[in-house]
Design a protein around this ligand. Structure first.
Ligand code: FUC
Length: 714
């Protein structure tokens, strides 16, 4: 947190959530389900919602919160006032620094969290000898104790919280060692005091007993001891070097230059405050790279996926439990991953989906007597998959199907067949649940989900509960299509492919309503719905992240989607604005997209440290913003790679290096005075693609490793 008199290092470990392994599926659902469908098809929506509330909701009704470890507090002895205070985060090295001067001594604190050594490293230095003096202590809202284990080691150990009567089943430990150079280290009661040192090095490790969603038998003490022992033999320089190398291996793949003005030298909070007053194109580039930094730092292979706050949560009961909301938020977290060349960061999401195929199969069986697997609108560390919170939010069976889009995309961007073979059974299982549960609706005889809802948006009949909302149909169309492609590529499951195609063809179509808009529901209810400016824009899933709706391939439906977006309005909270940004970019309206981006960068939506304000803090807006900026410069959808599809006048000249496109291509783009100068295409997997710049196209067929150039002219 910075500051002079006290430094607060707020600690998280991404498996420290409340509760323990549990199964929330409600067996009463099975009997109620046919009756709920009858009520919905008879137009008795409110009665259907009541019955869902009584019989189909998870037990308990809420999922487990993500919690904090606690704080390491460093209290400094200096009494006099500090000058020349500077605090920064270097995105290129992933090192945070605080520096200030007191009584002509320059003090520096450097902090980083090393993915290589799995420790947080803090170094305290001064430009005169013997000046480092502080007391280190720890505190936590968890049931835990803090003790000095050896003269230079502080240990916090405890158990996680219980929630909604699910008992805490995790043990955890956080361990801090302090090595001072010169001076004295004096252990006290739960604290360690350093005085007269030239510098000090602190290493922090933390672990829980979580091994998987069903196994909590780990030994956090052994883990933290081993981690500290391994890191402790390395020098600060060696720790830093390895950390920076691991970070830059990912971070430096993409460089973005949108132009630089004098504003770039000013503090970030002032730049955010003044964005509408001065020309500061670099702020958007900074926001873009900050999003990449956040994804690298919160979603490395082997971790938990980035949750609603990434990993950064100081509370025992954070907003929306800081869990995985999969009716938009978790997916948005991963929108920038493939296009901004961070494919590895998707691995934790893929691993979570693999877990959900197990817990979700249990829920499918218990609640619906169906095959395959299902997950509703949220999940947590324990991979809970039943409908939560209440019918209005929770009765949505399509969350797992949406997550499967990310499984496919990771293949589509990498063309790694071995990976595809590994995830294909999860995609197939998601489809099988819908084979068993889709139902024919009486009017159009289409196959629809029922009961379901259009995420969190009430229709005119007093509830959100309905049959076949547009978003479900779009998600399932993608799921079946991607399953068919995957099975073809792998040369398997001919019968399944045919069934998926036949089912897909009977889904309810996108429909255009009376105001020329894309209907959110089976019926034309949009203009009568109580919250016309709702933050969710679920029925526009087909335009982004999907490409079922596209200005070139389906211009009429794209025009209707545009109308829907206009009716919804630009204003929303963080992620709602993030989604609108991506949508306007897909509509190839660079000026409108830019306007939305400036709304996201306002102080109301971007805190001084650039975290997104939902409010309070929710990280999805950061990731939606990063993805949206990428979409303005490059789109890889509807079968083509389109260059500068939504370039605003505010970025007349610039370049971007290292963006990725479907098919396994990497692109560097350079533009000047609003026009493409050159694109370099590197082919990573071998294959063909079509480039487009405005009305002009160029077909390429490249061998693996081959590079091509184009200036966008016929
Ligand atoms: C959805 C949204 C809320 C919030 C929550 C975490 O329920 O509708 O705005 O973002 O997820």
């Amino acid at each position: 947190f910075g500051g002079v008199a006290q430094e607060r290092i707020q600690l998280n470990e991404d498996t420290l959530w409340a509760g323990g392994p549990y199964d929330p599926a409600n067996p009463d659902a099975l009997e109620a389900w046919p009756k709920v469908r009858e009520l919905i098809f008879a137009g008795q929506y409110r009665q259907a919602a009541d019955l869902v509330g009584q019989k189909m909701m998870a037990r308990p009704l809420a999922q487990m919160p993500y919690q904090c470890v606690g704080d390491l507090l460093l209290t400094f002895a200096d009494a006099n006032e500090a000058t020349d205070y500077r605090r920064d985060l270097n995105l290129d090295t992933a090192v945070a620094t605080v520096a200030y001067t007191i009584d002509a001594v320059r003090y520096t604190r450097e902090v980083f969290s090393s993915p290589v050594d799995q420790v947080i490293v803090i170094r305290l230095t001064a430009d005169k000898p013997g000046k480092i003096a502080f007391t280190a202590g720890m505190k936590t809202p968890q049931k835990a104790s803090v003790a000095v284990e050896s003269p230079n080691t502080l240990v916090m150990q405890g158990v996680n919280g219980s929630s909604s009567r699910i008992a805490g089943a995790l043990k955890y430990q956080a361990r801090v060692t302090i090595v001072a150079s010169g001076g004295q280290v004096a252990p006290g009661d739960g604290r360690i005091t350093v005085s007269g040192a030239d510098s000090a090095l602190l290493l922090i490790a933390a672990a829980t007993s979580h091994k998987s969603y069903k196994d909590v038998s780990g030994d956090p003490e052994a883990l933290t001891k081993e981690t500290i022992a391994k890191a402790g033999v390395k020098s600060f320089d060696a720790l830093l070097k390895d950390h920076v190398a691991a970070h830059q291996e990912l971070f430096r793949r993409v460089a973005l230059d949108l132009g630089m003005t004098a504003a770039a030298a000013r503090p970030t909070d002032e730049r955010i405050r003044d964005l509408n007053k001065e020309n500061d194109p670099q702020l958007a580039a900074l926001y873009f790279q900050f999003g990449r930094y956040l994804l690298i730092s919160s979603s490395r292979p082997g971790c938990q996926p980035a949750n609603l706050q990434g990993i950064w949560n100081e509370s025992m009961s954070p907003p929306w439990q800081s869990k995985y909301t999969i009716n938009i938020n978790t997916e948005m977290n991963y929108w920038p991953a493939e296009p901004t060349n961070l494919g590895e960061c998707v691995e934790p999401l893929v691993a979570m989906v693999m877990d959900l195929t197990e817990t979700g199969a249990r829920t499918a069986k218990t609640m619906y007597n169906a095959g395959g697997w299902v997950t509703h609108h949220n999940t947590d560390l324990w991979r809970a998959s039943a409908p939560i919170d209440g019918p209005h939010w929770g009765m949505w069976p399509t969350g797992g199907a949406w997550l499967c889009l990310h499984l496919w995309d990771h293949y589509d961007y990498s063309r790694d067949k071995e990976y595809l073979a590994r995830v294909y059974p999860a995609m197939k299982g998601a489809a099988e649940f819908f084979f068993d549960t889709l139902v024919e609706e009486p009017t159009g005889k289409w196959l629809v989900t029922c009961p379901s809802l259009s995420p969190e948006n009430g229709h005119p009949f007093g509830t959100s509960i309905c049959a076949g909302p547009t978003m479900d149909m779009q998600i399932l169309r993608d799921l079946f299509t991607n399953c068919i492609h995957a099975a073809e590529i792998l040369g398997v499951d001919e019968d399944f492919r045919q069934k998926a195609a036949a089912t897909r063809d009977r889904l309810a179509p996108n429909q255009i309503g009376g105001a020329g808009h894309l209907q959110e529901w089976l019926e034309d209810w949009d203009m009568k719905a109580p919250e016309r400016h709702h933050r969710h824009v679920s029925h526009l899933y087909g335009l982004h992240p999907s490409d079922q709706i596209h200005v070139r391939t389906t211009p009429d439906v794209a025009a209707a989607a545009r109308k829907s977006l206009e009716i919804r309005g630009d204003e929303a909270t963080g992620w709602g604005i993030g989604w609108r940004l991506n949508l306007w970019a897909r509509l190839h309206d660079g000026e409108h997209a830019y306007k939305i981006l400036t709304m996201l960068l306002r102080p109301e939506r971007t805190y001084p440290n650039m975290f997104d304000a939902h409010p309070p803090f929710q990280i999805d807006g950061n990731f939606g913003g990063t993805s949206g900026i990428a979409e303005m410069l490059l789109q890889s959808c509807a079968g083509e790679i389109e260059l500068l599809p939504a370039l605003p006048q505010a970025w007349p000249s610039g370049s971007v290096k290292g963006l990725r496109a479907r098919g396994g291509f990497e692109l560097d783009i350079q533009w000047k005075d609003g026009k493409l100068v050159n694109v370099t295409v590197r082919c990573l997997a071998g294959g063909s693609c079509r480039l487009r710049y405005g009305a002009v196209t160029r077909d390429l067929n490249l061998a693996k490793g081959q590079t091509a150039q184009w200036d966008g002219v016929q």
